[in-house]
Design a protein around this ligand. Structure first.
Ligand SMILES: Cc1cc2nc3c(=O)[nH]c(=O)nc-3n(C[C@H](O)[C@H](O)[C@H](O)COP(=O)(O)OP(=O)(O)OC[C@H]3O[C@@H](n4cnc5c(N)ncnc54)[C@H](O)[C@@H]3O)c2cc1C
Length: 485
């Protein structure tokens, strides 16, 4: 056990200390700096600031667990670790580092500011990724347990008709405030504005280098999120940290993202209109996804739940250079053959009605009118006079409309990331890395993305909770001495 400058170092730090060459120096402000220079592995030096009066180490120099990233997964992971350690009468230090100045920024903007915490029914089919592993992970933290956990945090949830669960306050701030309060109560040391730059692993533990210094720890939990909405702090740097620690990272693309249509399309005139559509995605001519839901026309193209859910298939396939086609049936469940019969019957019954009037029995009239123009038909033409060729073109466009997609709207408008650290490299019982013991990976940085409806948060709470429990238990089992402040 090493003893440096009045601060007790655990086995991990003793190891780092023993292999480092040390150099003490005083800066112009009178602060003493203790510099470690490592030769095994050959890395750069790092600096610990010492208080010149009592020689106490001032940074969070040695802790039991460092959680990198204080989003939904990291906060849950830190709370679960600290509470599990405390339950056993131990007081291991849990340090939660986040590069962003504001903790929980993504939770605050989620669900339109209301935070869709979870969903009343969660199955592996609601997620994309290795579903066998996802099934096992999800089973560890059921919906009932999630709801009870939130209740214990003081956040009561309500279920809406869509099956989505929100805080009864309809305010995402309730969730962030409760998580932060619980973390602080559990003794988690929270450090916003601390960006992790590098993590070095050795036989004795980890050295986490961040923007304010360095911390030695026995366990590291990586919860750096994906690349969606980078201004909240999740800019993808966490993937580099994972890669440097030996993990693979599959290609990442924006998911749950709106799609931009070619300018020549009529979308802008329909901006704000939403209606149901059956969306089918074909990759290199093969159907990979089909779903029904609400589509929202916008000034740039298309959005709404059904488009957001389908977008991952478009972004993933486009990213690997495949041919992707997205078709919409605006009369879900009906074929153009079925509609032909219906149309002829309508034309016989109401010959003096306009083409749009007839079509607006199937879809919103604004859309019906745009569709007629798109098919070079006069929307006001009497239905009895519409040429057979025109009628067939309109009906086949109505039921098999090819969206001319130019691009997705990018990371700033994406809600999640598809791709990431492969689930196969994680022990699903613990969320510990199979490649590096003591390292845990949780949340959106893993190669798993859920559909819209609270599923992505459920993944974050579940993986965080699982990793927190496991990290604490593994520390207790090893009887690593709790690191005192
Ligand atoms: C607009 C929007 C709305 C959404 N709405 C919902 C919703 O209602 N329901 C739902 O289920 N899902 C929703 N999602 C998705 C959900 O927010 C995410 O899946 C979830 O927040 C991921 O949690 P996480 O903890 O894994 O990552 P994040 O929440 O992204 O947190 C990662 C944290 O790591 C920090 N970090 C990154 N790199 C470093 C580093 N090098 N050093 C230190 N810290 C670092 C970041 O600052 C960040 O705080 C929404 C997403 C967006 C963008």
């Amino acid at each position: 056990m090493g003893h440096v400058a009045g601060s007790t170092f655990g086995p991990a730090s003793a190891y780092f200390y023993s292999i480092a060459k040390r150099k003490l120096a005083c800066d112009s402000a009178g602060m003493t700096h203790l510099t470690f220079v490592f030769t095994d592995p050959p890395i750069t030096s790092y600096n610990i600031r010492l208080n010149s009066t009592n020689d106490q180490v001032m940074t969070d120099d040695v802790v039991s667990v460092v959680v990198v990233g204080a989003g939904a997964a990291g906060l849950t992971g830190a709370i679960a670790t600290a509470e599990t350690l405390a339950k056993d009468g131990n007081s291991g230090r849990v340090l939660l580092l986040d590069g962003a100045k504001q903790i929980g920024a993504k939770i605050l903007v989620s669900g339109g500011g209301r935070c869709n915490v979870t969903h009343k029914s969660i199955t592996p089919k609601d997620f994309f990724g290795n579903r066998n592993i996802i099934r096992n992970v999800l089973a560890a933290f059921s919906i009932e347990r999630t709801i009870a956990w939130f209740t214990s945090l003081g956040v009561d949830l309500k279920c809406e008709s869509t099956g989505k669960l929100f805080p009864v306050t309809d305010d995402a701030r309730t969730v962030v405030t409760a998580l932060l309060a619980r973390a602080r109560h559990a003794g988690v040391i929270i450090r916003p504005g601390h960006r992790v730059i590098e993590i070095l692993a050795s036989r004795a533990g980890f050295l986490v280098r961040h923007s304010h210094g360095a911390t030695q720890t026995s366990r590291v939990m990586l919860a750096t999120g994906g690349q969606s909405l980078p201004r909240t702090g999740s800019d993808g740097f966490g993937y580099r940290l994972a890669r440097d620690l030996g993990h693979r990272v599959t290609p990442r693309v924006p998911a749950l993202v709106p799609l931009v249509l070619e300018r020549s399309m009529f979308h802008a005139t329909l901006s704000g209109l939403s209606h149901d559509v059956e969306l089918t995605t074909l990759v290199d001519g093969r159907e990979v996804d089909r779903r029904i839901g609400s589509l929202l026309w916008t000034h740039f193209g298309i959005s709404g739940p059904v488009v957001m859910d389908a977008s991952r298939f478009w972004t993933l396939a486009t990213n690997r250079g495949a041919q992707v086609d997205l078709y919409g049936n605006f009369v879900p469940g009906r074929t153009s053959e079925e509609l032909k019969e219906w149309f002829v019957a309508q034309a016989t019954e109401h010959p003096r009605r306009s083409l749009t009037r007839i079509l607006s029995m199937l879809a919103p009239d604004r859309f019906a009118e745009s569709l007629c123009h798109h098919c070079w038909c006069d929307p006001q033409e009497l239905v009895a006079q519409v040429a057979r060729r025109d009628r067939e073109r309109v009906l086949s466009t109505l039921t098999r409309f090819r969206f001319p997609i130019e691009r997705d709207r990018g990371w700033n408008c994406a809600e999640v990331t598809a791709g990431g650290v492969p689930l196969e490299e994680i022990n699903y019982r613990t969320m510990e890395s199979k490649l590096l013991s003591g390292l845990y990976l949780i949340g959106e940085m893993l190669d798993c993305d859920g559909r819209i409806g609270g599923f992505n948060f459920q993944w974050a709470w579940t993986t965080g909770w699982l990793a927190g429990q496991s990290a604490a238990r593994s520390l207790l089992a090893e009887k690593v001495p709790p690191h005192s402040v």
